[in-house]
Write a protein that binds this ligand. Structure first.
Ligand SMILES: Cc1ncc(C[n+]2csc(CCOP(=O)(O)OP(=O)(O)O)c2C)c(N)n1
Ligand SMILES: [Mg+2]
Length: 584
């Protein structure tokens, strides 16, 4: 190889830069050293962030993409480095998040020979990537990078893996960086529907007296918020949103029913029970929002708009299926629909809103919804909110009000504990001037808290609010309600002192233990120019309501723990699962 010739690793880094990848999260190791050497030698604009754990790298790239819409890269070594990203890849895959994951690999001649740190990451990740490559030649690199980014970001977005044998990184790349894609079988279509389909949808909407729209992540991903608002307002259709669809229709809009499903609002769930038409825009209609699939919207015309035909009929058989980009489909649909009159229907739903408002107790200690509500007030609902997974996540969804998409960042399909902190880090890298709040549980936070170092080194001013109930709270809630209070493996006795931990990383650390201090502590946290951890000692026993008990239809939404005073254990005899008392 002559002196001014690129090697494969250099071609890879330069190709990523050329195509506009702005940031890469990673951690090196033997097989990836040529790739890191290329970073050292040829990287110009792309930022590199050294993480403390590869799972953190994947979630950081994920958080960056969810906050900006742009893919980030992950760069790790072979074997354990690669397998540590698997949870992050799966999390991104489940939620349709674009990401480019580059893994170092053993040299080509050693593949399949159990070489040191050889893991067949191509096959390990096969079901959880949108596409993957195992590179065989350095000359493929410019084309593969172009294709990988194209695949990750078009159609239904998702993670793409590129596995790079060490000697592909070191061999000469003789083809130059300009490359043609070669993807004859991949043709994502924005208009995969016939004009007739839109006319059928318009007709069904014209006939409906009790329509509901479900807004999902796909609506946000396709930037369909304006069209969604126009359609809802023109036809006066109430809109419920999925966890990942939060904000694509403004929570504060009078037509908003907010979230639906297992921990959705009682009025959204009731609307789905009583509607005569359900129009899903970019939602995949998964088990968490359906209750019992066979009973979901059973008396309604079901219309499903989705970019991915694989979603049609997975759990719900649509009466009208419309394959296409949500924004494009709504743009095409809008001129076909007439003005609607749903006054009576809306009056009924407004009655349900008054009857079953989202509510929380302020008695007997600090309650997570109270903290979220206070944060909502202090930020005007404008902060970027990254959550971990558990009870605190559901309360954040319910009580933080978003009027915009790309703002509420949470692991939906995978429900990955440990996601919140690294996702907040990625989001803050993507939107540096904005307030990023991470709402975490004491359990999930400890799964990836090594990433505090990453936030600290880069002086990211993220505000981490730990809802410390000393429990794996969501599992405890299920054991309380459905397993006769047999608490098994959920007590987090031995949690560290999170304020001392904050100090150890150079963060501001504060305890919040009394309701009287909520405003003072949260204001101080938000005003602090650097990273903050607030350890909130919340009541140990509190359940998230409304709740659709597992295996029950949406009409069985439970509004409250029938016998429990908030903040106090129920006592076995008072188990609500046995009382059968339900409302909504
Ligand atoms: C990686 C992973 N392991 C296990 C679970 C199952 N799980 C879901 S919520 C939860 C409890 C979370 O506890 P914590 O982080 O303290 O949040 P809380 O529910 O108490 O607010 C568990 C164990 C999961 N979602 N992800
Ligand atoms: Mg907890």
């Amino acid at each position: 190889m002559s002196e001014n010739q690129m090697n494969g690793a250099e071609a890879l880094i330069q190709s990523l830069e050329k195509i506009g990848i702005e940031i890469m999260f990673g951690l090196p190791g033997g097989s990836a050293i040529p790739l890191f050497d290329a970073l050292y030698k040829v990287r110009k604009k792309m930022k590199f962030v050294l993480v403390r754990h590869e799972q953190g790298a994947a979630h950081e790239a994920d958080g960056y993409a969810r906050a900006t819409g742009k893919p980030a890269a992950v760069l790790v070594t072979s074997g354990p480095g690669a397998t540590n990203t698997v949870t992050g890849i799966m999390t991104a895959h489940m939620d349709s998040v674009p990401m480019i994951v580059i893994t170092g690999q053993s040299v080509r001649g050693m593949l399949g020979k159990d070489a040191f740190q050889e893991a067949d990451v191509f096959n390990l990740t096969m079901p959880i990537v949108k596409h993957s490559y195992l590179l065989k030649s350095a000359n493929d690199i410019p084309r593969v990078v172009k294709e990988a980014v194209h695949i990750a970001t078009t159609g239904r977005p998702g993670p793409v893996l590129i596995d790079v044998p060490k000697d592909v990184g070191t061999e000469a790349c003789t083809v130059g960086l300009e490359a043609e894609m070669n993807l004859p079988g991949y043709k994502p279509e924005k208009r995969g529907y016939a004009p007739e389909t839109l006319r059928q949808i318009a007709d069904a909407l014209a006939k409906s007296q009790r329509p509901v729209i479900i807004a999902g992540h796909g609506a946000a991903l396709s930037h369909a918020e304006d069209e969604l608002l126009a359609l809802a307002e023109k036809l006066q259709i109430p809109v419920a949103s999925t966890l990942l669809g939060k904000g694509v229709f403004p929570d504060s809009h009078p037509l908003s029913l907010e979230g639906l499903g297992m921990h959705g609002t009682a009025y959204a769930n009731r609307a789905l029970v009583e509607c005569d038409l359900m129009l899903s825009v970019g939602a995949r209609l998964d088990d968490r929002i359906l209750g019992v699939p066979s009973q979901f919207c059973r008396n309604a015309v079901k219309i499903h708009i989705d970019i991915d035909a694989a979603e049609f009929g997975k759990l719900i058989k649509p009466d009208i299926r419309c394959r296409g980009d949500a924004k494009t489909a709504l743009q095409d649909l809008l001129p076909l629909v007439k003005r609607g009159d749903t006054a009576e229907w809306r009056k009924r739903l407004d009655g349900y809103k008054k009857k079953w408002p989202l509510a929380y107790s302020k008695k007997g200690g600090l309650h997570p919804p109270q903290i979220i509500d206070a944060l909502n007030g202090l930020t005007g609902g404008k902060a970027i909110m990254a959550t971990d997974v558990g009870q605190h996540q559901m309360w954040a969804w319910q009580f933080y009000k978003c009027d915009k998409p790309w703002q509420f960042i949470t692991s939906g399909g995978a429900g990955t504990m440990g996601f919140g902190l690294p996702a907040a880090i990625g989001a803050q890298f993507g939107r540096p001037g904005e307030t990023v709040i991470c709402i975490a549980g004491d359990g999930g936070f400890q799964m990836t808290m090594s990433e505090l170092a990453t936030a600290g080194i880069h002086k990211l001013p993220i505000k981490i609010i730990i809802m410390n109930n000393h429990y794996l709270g969501m599992v405890r809630q299920w054991q309380d309600m459905f397993y006769d209070e047999r608490y098994s493996g959920v007590d987090l006795e031995g949690n560290p002192d999170f304020v001392e931990l904050a100090k150890a990383y150079g963060f501001l650390g504060m305890n919040l233990k009394r309701a009287a201090d909520i405003q003072k502590v949260l204001k101080k946290a938000l005003a602090h120019p650097g990273p903050v951890i607030v350890n909130v000692e919340v009541v140990k026993h509190e359940e998230v309501f409304p709740m659709v008990p597992p295996g029950k239809p949406l009409e069985d939404t439970v509004m409250e723990h029938p016998r429990r005073k908030p903040g106090r254990p129920a006592g076995r005899k008072n188990n609500p699962a046995k009382s059968g008392k339900q409302s909504a």
